[in-house]
Design a protein around this ligand. Sequence first.
Ligand code: FES
Length: 116
Amino acid sequence: MSVSEPVAVAQVNELEPESAIRIPADRCGATEDIALVRAEDGTFYAISDLCTHAEVSLSEGFVEGSLIECPGHGSQFCLRNGHPQMPPANVPVRTYPVEVRGDQVWLTPVPNPVEP
Ligand code: FES
């Protein structure tokens, strides 16, 4: 599997709005586990599963609007650009391209450039 090609990682109906699942790296070709997130409005996002503050899985966090809250110490990350919105995390998480094709969600396992 090429690491730059989109990979089908989930069925659309696997995730309710405001929920997340962990996609293991070896299932999608990324260099890290990914949190696949469905926001309140139904939009899908993909970010690094690992919080940038400590080793906590963001896919076990809480989705609110277009943010995900780390279950470790409560930092919230923007799902669009990965930037933390409140401490203690102060480093963005990587984001990944994701798109819906029919009833499947496709992830490109190459991170987006970091937005300033
Ligand atoms: S581990 Fe995520 S905020 Fe501390």
